[in-house]
Design a protein around this ligand. Structure first.
Ligand code: HEM
Length: 401
């Protein structure tokens, strides 16, 4: 069967017609619990994919890239951003990952980027402190993540506001299954703006290498082409900004609503790293990513045809009671077991060390240290949303000043 052939639900042994996208957006966890129990690999018409919801099956898919390809046909991400490493398999993926990953290794994160994270957090805290209250996602988490990312990528002249707007417009494009022309126009304007910024950066970094990702891709042993660099920069802008923002909001909210855990963390700030990791498990910022079968295969009791589009639901795998005891609880004392919030296998998140350091080691301790009495302001209810990407939509907080 041709890989791009449209597959009908009839190919599935189990169809979950009852799943609604609105429910997934508002609170996906009860839906995931039912899917894991009744149909762990199910055709879900609303998502137009087979959703894989148990930990063991998700882990299996991630670690068998020959059967479960990242190179999805008809991928809107490829249409919007070009063919980045995230949608490649095998040797071509490994070549690009090797080049792009150099500045994201633990040593570079510790020595080069962590001082930058501190400066960026300090600057934002100084701006906020006297107000005594803020919406923490838009006023701290988002600008912090953007300010960090632009230097890591190698576009220091781009404003955090522009980077944030480009990221949102491109991500809206990758989800534009409704084919809305306004969404395409906005995502095309954003990708053009990234390419314009790159046209300025490439000659500069070719002549003067620095510690950034663009420089690493240009000066690799096997240098990447401008088209490869462009796609990888776009996917990093799309994927490296919202996730640290979202885990930061979730982690703060978790501590503000679990006072006994907060007290322990404040007496032993090394525990902020555990808070970070538990927040990624509990409310995984990337809740679902796609894969496509290259052959007919049995998975979790379902027979999948070749070319089947899968949704790998790490947001569900990380709440699977077969893997984690009392999985819906936020609990920094739970036995540490590997979660799948950064994926696993060949595409394991390249930015995991950046995220751990910028959120777990810098932003969380600084926020709780410099905003005494940090609490929910109660002005509006806290809101969370999303399932493909999930985070807080509104986190009104206050502190003593
Ligand atoms: C808490 C924050 C983050 C989370 C939860 C997260 C999650 C993920 C996940 C689940 C994947 C695998 C997706 C797949 O297999 O299809 C991934 C890949 C990736 N992430 Fe992250 N990410 C985070 C932060 C970052 C940051 C800060 C950067 C950049 C500095 C980044 C760059 C990347 C890249 C380049 C890939 C593609 C790797 C590859 O294809 O080999 N991520 N991330």
């Amino acid at each position: 069967m041709a890989l791009d052939q449209e597959l009908s639900p009839a190919h599935s042994t189990r169809s979950a017609d009852w799943v609604r996208l609105d429910d997934l957006h508002d609170d996906p966890y009860p839906v995931y619990a039912r899917l894991r129990d009744e149909a762990p690999v199910a055709w879900v018409p609303a998502a137009n994919r087979y959703l894989v919801t148990r930990y063991a099956n998700v882990h299996h898919v991630d670690n068998d890239p020959e059967t479960f390809s990242a190179d999805e046909t008809g991928s809107l991400m490829k249409r919007v951003m070009g063919h980045s490493l995230l949608r490649k398999d095998g040797a071509s993926h490994a070549r690009e990952r090797k080049a792009a990953g150099v500045p994201l290794r633990p040593k570079a994160v510790k020595e080069t980027w962590t001082p930058l994270f501190r400066r960026n957090a300090e600057r934002l805290l100084v701006e906020m402190r006297d107000a005594g209250e803020a919406e923490l996602v838009s006023q701290f988490a988002a600008p912090y993540a953007a300010a960090n990312l632009r230097d890591i990528i190698g576009l220091p002249e781009v404003s955090p506001e522009d980077l944030t707007a480009w990221s949102q417009a491109m991500m809206d494009g990758t989800g534009n299954y409704a084919d809305d022309p306004t969404v395409w126009a906005r995502s095309e304007a954003a990708t053009q703006a990234v390419d314009d910024a790159l046209a300025e950066a490439l000659p500069r970094l070719r002549a003067n290498p620095d510690d950034s990702m663009i420089s690493a891709m240009l000066h690799a042993e096997d240098p990447l082409s401008p088209a490869e660099i462009s796609a990888n920069v776009k996917v990093t802008i799309g994927g490296g900004l919202n996730e640290p923002r979202d885990v930061l909001g979730v982690a703060v909210w978790a501590l503000l609503t679990h006072p006994e855990q907060r007290t322990r963390v404040l007496t032993d700030p090394r525990l902020f790293s555990v808070v970070f990791d538990e927040a990624v498990r509990w409310t995984s910022p990337i809740g679902m990513y796609p894969r496509q079968t290259t052959r007919e295969v049995e998975l979790g009791g379902a027979m999948l045809p070749a070319g089947a589009r899968l949704g790998v639901v790490v947001g569900s795998a990380n709440r699977d009671p077969r893997q984690f005891e009392d999985p819906d609880a936020f609990d920094i004392d739970r036995p540490r077991k590997a979660h799948l919030g950064f994926g696993s296998g060949a595409h394991y998140c390249l930015g995991a060390w950046v995220a751990k350091a910028s959120v777990g080691q810098v932003a969380l301790p600084m926020l709780f240290d410099q905003l005494p009495g940090l609490r929910l302001s109660g002005r509006r209810p806290v809101r969370a949303g999303g399932w493909v990407f999930r985070g807080l939509l509104d986190l009104p907080v206050a502190w003593d000043h």
